[in-house]
Design a protein around this ligand. Structure first.
Ligand code: SAM
Length: 282
């Protein structure tokens, strides 16, 4: 009998991946965690039935969430990752010798445990001595922090369930306070393509615009996410994402990447006309 994982992208669109076998299934205090093995995408993680990452295309998401702000901020030393218990964003950050400390705030200890066992491709740097893991709600964690981080990456689930608070005005306002005077916030910001995703994306953008003086959106192609067209938010107190890109310096680091490069960085901020239209409406 053939086994398929199916995610509902809309009432009328389903996305399916053929599965060889299930490696892990568990119910944590916060969500259902499943890890599968598939012929096309390798191993993949789902939470409450929603795709989080696959071994085949996670490089796109993790390179784009980490390298875009790292190539703009000239000396990011202290970084906060909220969510991201799979370790993919942390893995990319640990490649920078200048990063001194990475605080990972993940609400669900069981996600980290399962990923360390079954997804070493992303979890491989979680034991780096610069990484400090806190099992806490990110919304609560940032409430008490003042001017501490150069960079905050919000690598969250979608805006419902445990991730809901990470899309609120209160959260973005507290991220602003938790950042140093030249800090940058990057968040995963859903897809512009289907209506429900687009509404969530617009809402997040509107709240970030209200909280930060500089707020832009960039895009990437992620085949296993809804519609395959994904957006990230770039919000900042000082640096502009294209004009302040340190391309020469980033290229001098010699980091081997598969998706990100500094020319793509510039292009990623040029959005399709309909997406600009959605953003202008907020
Ligand atoms: N890249 C994925 C995506 O966009 O689908 C998301 C990665 S997934 C590992 C996101 C993580 O955020 C999950 O492990 C989840 O437990 C965590 N998370 C959700 N809500 C959270 C919260 N309020 N505070 C901290 N972590 C949270």
């Amino acid at each position: 009998m053939e086994l398929w994982f199916t995610e509902k992208h809309t009432e009328n669109v389903h996305f399916s991946i053929k599965v060889d076998r299930q490696l892990y299934s568990g119910q944590s205090e916060f969500q259902r965690i499943d890890i599968f093995e598939s012929p096309e995408f390798g191993r993949f993680l789902t939470l409450d039935g929603f795709m989080m990452l696959t071994e085949k295309d996670e490089f796109v998401y993790h390179e784009m969430i980490a390298h875009v702000p790292m190539a703009v901020h000239p000396h990011a030393k202290h970084v906060l990752v909220i969510g991201g218990g799979d370790g993919g964003a942390v893995r990319e950050l640990t490649r920078y010798p200048g990063v001194e400390r990475i605080d990972l705030v993940e609400i669900d200890r069981e996600v980290v445990k399962a990923c360390k066992t079954y997804l070493p491709q992303t979890a491989c740097r979680l034991d780096d001595p610069r990484v400090h893991i806190y099992y806490e709600d990110g919304l609560r964690y940032v409430r008490d922090i003042r001017s501490e981080y150069d960079l905050i990456l919000v690598d969250s689930t979608d805006p419902f369930g445990p991730g809901e608070g990470l899309f609120t005005k209160e959260f973005y306002g507290n991220c602003y306070k938790a950042l140093r005077e030249d800090g940058i916030l990057v968040n995963q910001q859903e897809s512009p393509f289907y209506r429900n995703d687009a509404v969530a994306m617009q809402r997040a953008h509107q709240r970030i615009v209200q909280s930060f003086p500089i707020s832009r959106v960039y895009q990437a192609h992620i085949p296993t996410y809804s519609s395959g067209h994904w957006l990230f938010g770039f919000a900042s107190k000082k640096y502009r994402p294209v004009e302040d890109l340190n391309a020469e310096e980033w290229n001098r680091l010699g980091l081997a990447t598969r998706y990100y490069n500094t020319k793509l960085h510039i292009g990623a901020f040029s959005l399709p006309t309909y997406v600009n239209g959605l953003l202008e409406k907020v």
